[in-house]
Design a protein. Structure first.
Length: 401
């Protein structure tokens, strides 16, 4: 009888150790370490691509990550046996994380007793992750509220703002250059939150070390220097920011990032001014066709005048009236999109076709139709420039309603 009950007794002892230990750990790493200690095998948290998020490095077949807990003889990428258990962070959301324990041959006892233990550990990891998410969201809301005070949408006096900034470790001393990142595509506030640390680390690597503040649609931030930056530093800052954003969105299909950089200015009033300029420059960076683009406010020249002109009701009416023949007939927006890309590609039908994913002849037929509908001659440089201004202002109008 004792021999028959031995596996169940062993499993109960392991579960008891886990439950007692969970009273003492409050982090994902702590939970994984506890489970690994009890099972005698490394336990790791992995995501859908099989990349390890926390715990020891393991090599797992992505096909082994299923929606239910199980053990199999081929969980590891080299065909090793193992156990897999999904981690539910928010009930009803798709599973994106799994606990994995890769075993060795001869671990049948652990395999029989360990799957239930891994399931309990997965609940604890899910709770750890929810706690971390709530803490991040709370801190992000506080940072965003203070950012709104900084840019002047609140009622706190400057002295109170500076005191709150100090509690976050932010500085408004010396010369400040601000940046504003605007995201588009399949992103939400949680995507921004999850990627904030990664962006901050990448920015530090490219020489941008300062606050990075989450907004629902991107980030704002700034860097401080004791001396006024030379003009040559403007482009370095813009290029470094572009490199960091390109690295950030490289693995996220459909996500675009457009950013602007303001002029360096002194103190809290200078920070406000630089943030405002950065937001304007980001709006104009987003008017182009590139997935990642960064513009410094001093690059824009005539475009800064255009930004002010665009904001007028008169110009809005001009744009709407001019494009009306196109927008009325072009219900799905294909013609307008073709015109935008064609003009951004310096009137190259070949480049536009590649960007749109259509044949060159399709682009040419659409351009001929557009020319006829709008009664413009795109071979005339003056008419082409005027049309490009109108199209870009229309694009800004759509992205900044």
């Amino acid at each position: 009888r004792e021999l028959v009950l031995q596996p169940a007794v062993h499993q109960a002892a392991m579960m008891s150790r886990l439950l007692r230990g969970l009273d003492r750990v409050t982090t994902v790493d702590g939970t994984l370490a506890l489970a690994s200690e009890i099972l005698g095998r490394p336990c790791s948290l992995v995501e859908a691509s099989s990349a390890v998020i926390a715990g020891p490095q393991v090599s797992v077949r992505p096909q082994a990550l299923r929606q239910h807990a199980y053990h199999a003889p081929d969980v590891g990428s080299e065909g090793e046996p193992g156990m897999v258990c999904p981690v539910v962070v928010v009930p009803g959301e798709p599973v994106r994380l799994w606990l994995v324990c890769v075993l060795a041959d001869g671990d049948e006892l652990i395999q029989r007793a360990g799957l239930d233990l891994l399931g309990v550990a997965s609940w604890a990891v899910g709770a750890n992750l929810v706690h971390d998410r709530l803490a991040m969201e709370r801190d992000a809301r506080h940072r965003l509220a203070l950012l709104n005070e900084i840019v002047g949408s609140g009622e706190l006096p400057d002295e109170a703002i500076l005191a709150q900034m100090a509690t976050f470790g932010w500085s408004a001393a010396g010369w400040i250059s601000a940046f504003h990142v605007q995201l588009s595509g399949p992103v939400d506030s949680n995507w921004v939150l999850v990627n904030t640390d990664a962006l901050g680390e990448t920015l530090v690597e490219v020489g941008i070390d300062g606050p990075v503040i989450e907004r629902t649609d991107g980030w704002s931030g700034w860097v401080c220097t004791s001396e006024e930056p030379p003009v040559s530093d403007y482009q370095r800052l813009a290029r470094s920011l572009q490199d960091a954003l390109a690295a950030l969105v490289a693995g996220s299909d459909g996500v675009s990032a457009h950013a602007g950089v303001g002029r360096p200015a002194m103190g809290l009033p200078g920070l406000r001014a630089s943030l405002t300029e950065a937001r304007q420059a980001a709006a104009l960076a987003g008017a182009g066709a590139r997935r990642v683009a960064v513009r410094h406010i001093d690059e824009l020249g005539i475009q800064r005048i255009m930004l002010g002109w665009y904001g007028s009701a008169d110009f809005g009416r001009v744009v709407a009236a001019f494009l009306q023949p196109l927008t009325v007939e072009d219900a799905n927006g294909a013609l307008l999109r073709t015109l935008q890309v064609y003009l951004d590609c310096q009137s190259s039908a070949t480049s536009a076709a590649a960007a749109l994913g259509v044949h060159r002849n399709t682009v040419m037929k659409r351009i001929d139709r557009i020319s006829e509908m709008l009664n413009v001659n795109l071979h005339d440089p003056d008419q082409r420039l005027a049309l490009q201004l109108v199209v870009r202002m229309h694009r800004l109008d759509q992205t900044n309603p």
